[in-house]
Design a protein around this ligand. Sequence first.
Ligand SMILES: O=C[C@H](O)[C@H](O)[C@H](O)COP(=O)(O)O
Length: 229
Amino acid sequence: MTSVETLKAMAAAAAVALVQPGMVIGLGFGSTAAHATRLIGERLASGALRDIVGVPCAEGTATLAREMGIPLTTLDEVNAVDLTIDGADEVDPQMALIKGGGGALLREKMVAQASRRVAIIVDESKLSPALGTRFYLPIEVVDFGYRATARWLEAQGGSVRLRVRTDGQPFRTDQGNLILDWACGPITDPAALAARLAARAGIVEHGLFVGLATDLFVAGASGVRHLTR
Ligand SMILES: O=C[C@H](O)[C@H](O)[C@H](O)COP(=O)(O)O
């Protein structure tokens, strides 16, 4: 049987094939996106790729990219990102996503919104008939009134947990915010829920990515499927 790590690497390799010389590349965060970052670094080192610059979506990604020798810039320095390659926690049939399992949702969404093309790389276990079925929805919130924000979310259904690190301390995003993991159940209308969450003060960003993915690479035992939107 093909291991999940092998499937992630297969999906990453298929997406990295889209990278062309001269491109600005958004580098996502997470275990799947890390395969893509490593592969891009290896291709640069071997001379198979040249003249690219990366925009990292997380401090962790920036560290890995530097280790791999990938030249980096920031969103502020580029007019647009040509191609972003990133993972996802859950993908529905319309290519709407839940992201943020690693807490990088805000920067990932900013980079995705600035990108001409967003390639999402997943193993097939991430596919779902309805978002919220197999993963909670990460919500990045400010400290002020976070319990009130959690109660507001719970009033709409499901349950909320403050994300904590293994040492028991609250998890902090790269912006220093908290994450509420909302087990909201199946989401019937991701765009409507995204709009409701975006309108709520105290919520910095949510993990629903609707209408952002342009390409989806799904790796399974029989190979990698490439879907476009
Ligand atoms: O904040 C984390 C990101 O959205 C990740 O891309 C997402 O959690 C998927 O991560 P992984 O590839 O490790 O399952």
